[in-house]
Ligand binder design. Structure first.
Ligand SMILES: Nc1ncnc2c1ncn2[C@@H]1O[C@H](COP(=O)(O)OP(=O)(O)OP(=O)(O)O)[C@@H](O)[C@H]1O
Length: 254
């Protein structure tokens, strides 16, 4: 992939829940190794859009999607796409930390084992490396075989990020990853995401304007299923081109 190549491209994406059009033709691209924040008032389609990027909406009944989503130049809605492989390459972190009711180690090893990896040393190495990258190793290294559910919310979320990292994604989708956490835990996750930018592309839904301005390179503002404006985060927050964007970021609505 050349430096300027987009890692994900979406072109005129419409999504309907039954007859309700939740996305009204979204055209938006993502550069590798950048963080993009998706912002906008509740119900404007941010999470829906995020889920179109690794076909998570396929799990919801009555959904119709038109338009194109490409990952590394390939149409992910092609019948040829292996959805399991796609979701490894385009991993997802949710709002509520959702560790499996297993040990910390088994949570992170899960994707490797279901992928058929048997080499115990290799698994051990990847689990440790992923926990380090997710900045939670020091918290859990002495309790790898205790239940992940016994960790704090912030630690659980970092273990969930380690679980995504273990299967070597290229893109990480984050749906309000810190909104259930206290400011200290959120700060740790923000710092970790900034570190991860060297190796991954990240797309993050957030309601926290300070968070978007602190860590994202680009910001996309959604309103009622439309993409109103997209650009460099500094530009969006200082000189938005659209009145609706300005109203939202200055707290006049939403
Ligand atoms: N599973 C679903 N079935 C039917 N309609 C849905 C479903 N999920 C979302 N919607 C509808 O689609 C629209 C967009 O919702 P979405 O959750 O994508 O918005 P959002 O911007 O992420 O909101 P929030 O910030 O509150 O999470 C809303 O009108 C919502 O009611």
């Amino acid at each position: 992939m050349t430096v300027n190549e987009k890692i994900i491209e979406t072109n005129d994406v419409h999504l309907y829940y039954g007859k309700n059009e939740a996305l009204k033709g979204i055209t938006l691209d993502f550069n590798p190794h950048e963080i993009t924040a998706l912002i906008g008032p509740s119900g404007c389609g941010k999470s829906t859009y995020l889920r179109t990027l690794n076909r998570m909406n396929d799990l919801i009944e009555n959904v119709t999607i038109t338009g194109q989503v490409k990952f590394r130049g390939n149409d992910i809605y092609s019948p040829k796409t292996d959805k399991v492989e796609l979701r490894k390459k385009v991993g997802m972190v949710f709002q509520q930390p959702n560790p499996f009711p297993f040990s910390v180690f088994d949570n992170v090893a899960y994707g490797l084992r279901i992928g058929g990896m048997k080499d115990k040393e290799k698994i051990q190495h990847i689990v440790e490396d992923s926990l380090k990258k997710a900045a939670v190793w020091d918290d859990v290294k002495d309790k790898l075989h205790n239940s992940a559910l016994a960790l704090s919310g912030g630690q659980q979320q970092r273990v969930c990020i380690a679980r995504v990292l273990a299967v070597e994604p290229e893109v990480i989708l984050l749906d309000e990853p810190t909104s259930a956490l206290d400011p200290v835990s959120s700060g740790k996750i923000e710092n970790m995401l900034l570190e991860l930018k060297n190796d991954y592309t990240m797309i993050m839904v957030t309601h926290n304007m300070q968070q978007a301005s602190r860590i994202s390179d680009n910001t996309a503002f959604f309103l009622q299923g439309d993409l109103i404006e997209h650009g460099k985060t500094r530009q969006i927050f200082t000189t938005p081109r659209q009145q609706e964007t300005e109203d939202y970021i200055s707290g006049r609505f939403g």
